[in-house]
Ligand binder design. Sequence first.
Ligand code: F6R
Length: 248
Amino acid sequence: INTHIYQDSESASWYVANEIASLIKQKEEKGEKAVLGLATGSTPTKVYDYLVQFHKEGRLSFKNVVTFNLDEYFPMEPDSIHSYVRFMNEHLFDHIDIEPFNVHIPNGNLPKDDIKKFCADYEEKIQNVGGIDIQILGIGRTGHIGFNEPGSSLSSKTRLVRLDRVTRLDAASDFFGEENVPRRAITMGVGTIMNARRIILMAWGEGKAPIIHQAVEGEIKESVPATFLQHHENCDFVIDDAASSFLT
Ligand code: F6R
């Protein structure tokens, strides 16, 4: 893991947005598509703001970009205020020129019997476009990446999972109470994430310092899924000063 420590989330997000923009341009010059793995939550919003800004300034097109989001709550209606579909539209997709057919987000609105097939198809779609070039990640206090909670295996693939109590508590204020937070989610697996050619994990604030310390310097184990990233050969942790404060 390469750690990059920035003074604040603003300058860190600027770096990440520029890394994404360069990839898109490089691929464009070669006549290829850039494949991005995207995250939701509070952490990546400034990166999306910068990408929207680059697009509005006429410096960046998303016509050749394909995206796969990490996860979605289950069950979840796509037009709910809590859905990750809505989140992505509001923060990014509604403001750029991406083709709707190039956007992929796990469907939280399926009958349970259809989920297995949906997840297998999601994996296949990622493979069919040649795999993910850059995967963006946040990290949960449980050490989850995507919604791969403690106990997720290194080889796990896209699937229906149960959310950890801590994760549901962290989401409680958004949902106006823990009881309203869905108990399950569909998430890419650790194995899906590990197959990305490059991974950029971001974390801001002192609340993330203990888990960043464990993820970077702790023993690799299933009880802290983010530690599996130590096995990846092209993984950057882009964090602010506060999130770095437990690193030795
Ligand atoms: C979101 C996701 C989660 C979040 C993590 C951190 O798509 O997969 O792993 O990245 O829960 O959330 P925030 O950024 O809100 O602290």
